[in-house]
Design a protein. Structure first.
Length: 286
């Protein structure tokens, strides 16, 4: 059987890729539209800025849950991103191509597929009980950071390996030490790819419910957390309770509104990271 011309195969492949992109975008838009239609009655300035009112949810808002989710997201960024890049630098630049390194990388990739509830149990055992952080914001941030580390490490390793070998050789040929080469040449060149892993990890952390239930998230608080060891509200858990367990007739609309705010918050933090990545890409000259 005669094969079709390469140009035809290429057009078919690109058409399939284009359809996949359109389908993914259409699904996202559909979800946003459906959430807006379901939650538009709850959306208001009061809904975004007022404290939660447990007796009558229509008189309160989700501001404490928004603040709690922002604390979680920022905490994950500041902990898992430096640790992830540091681990990736060690694996690619200092460990050498050994069986031990390949074993570690395989284990890290496998950890990326572990269910989130398992990370929640890990955080409960280690951060809540063993380290006595209690059911707190600090325990949740550390648990989510551990959960997102495999994503960030994997993306950072690939970004570091994508930096041309000639960069390393040229730098060291000019008399630079290995650390000077890594810190001034390799990491700045790979940073946009590393930030991509951070965006993926952040998006996953912000949307998780199971881990934060086990390490301190609560449905109702009368005040904002003032210490890393305080309990906290978070949008994923808040949405879960409203959608499945709350008895108020307005609960479904408030659940949809909370979900819409959560997606928007994820977009805002991700867009900030994307803009930062674009700035680093502009400075990169290959």
């Amino acid at each position: 059987m005669k094969r079709p011309p390469a140009s035809v195969t290429e057009r078919i492949a690109f058409s399939l890729f284009r359809l996949s992109a359109i389908a993914g975008t259409a699904i996202l838009i559909l979800v946003m539209v459906l959430l807006f239609l379901a939650g538009k009655d709850a959306l208001s300035w009061q809904f975004l800025t007022a404290p939660w009112q447990h007796g009558d949810i229509t008189k309160g808002g989700i501001f404490p849950a928004i603040v709690g989710s922002m604390y979680l997201g920022l905490g994950v960024i500041f902990i898992s991103f430096p640790l992830g890049i540091g681990t990736a630098v060690f694996l690619t630049e200092y460990s050498g191509d050994t069986r031990w390194r390949r074993t570690i990388q395989l284990a890290i990739r496998n950890l990326a597929g572990v269910p989130s509830v398992v990370y929640g149990l890990f955080g409960l055992a280690i951060f809540v009980h063993l380290l006595t952080f209690g059911m707190s914001l600090a325990a949740a941030v550390l648990t989510l950071s551990v959960m997102t580390l495999p994503w960030i490490i994997t993306a950072s390793v690939e970004a570091l390996l994508a930096v041309p070998r000639a960069f390393r050789e040229s730098s060291q040929a000019l008399g630079a030490t290995r650390w000077q080469t890594v810190s001034r040449i390799i990491i700045p060149s790979a940073l946009p790819g590393c930030i991509t892993g951070g965006i993926i990890g952040l998006a996953r952390a912000l949307g998780e419910t199971a881990p934060i239930i086990l390490v301190g998230a609560t449905f109702y608080l009368t005040r904002l957390p003032t210490s890393p060891f305080d309990k906290y509200m978070a949008l994923p858990y808040h949405t879960f309770i409203l959608a499945t367990q709350h008895s108020s007739p307005s609960a479904p609309a408030y659940a949809a509104g909370s979900a819409l705010v959560l997606i928007t918050l994820t977009f805002v933090l991700s867009i900030g990271a994307i803009l930062l990545r674009l700035q680093f890409r502009k400075k990169r000259v290959w």
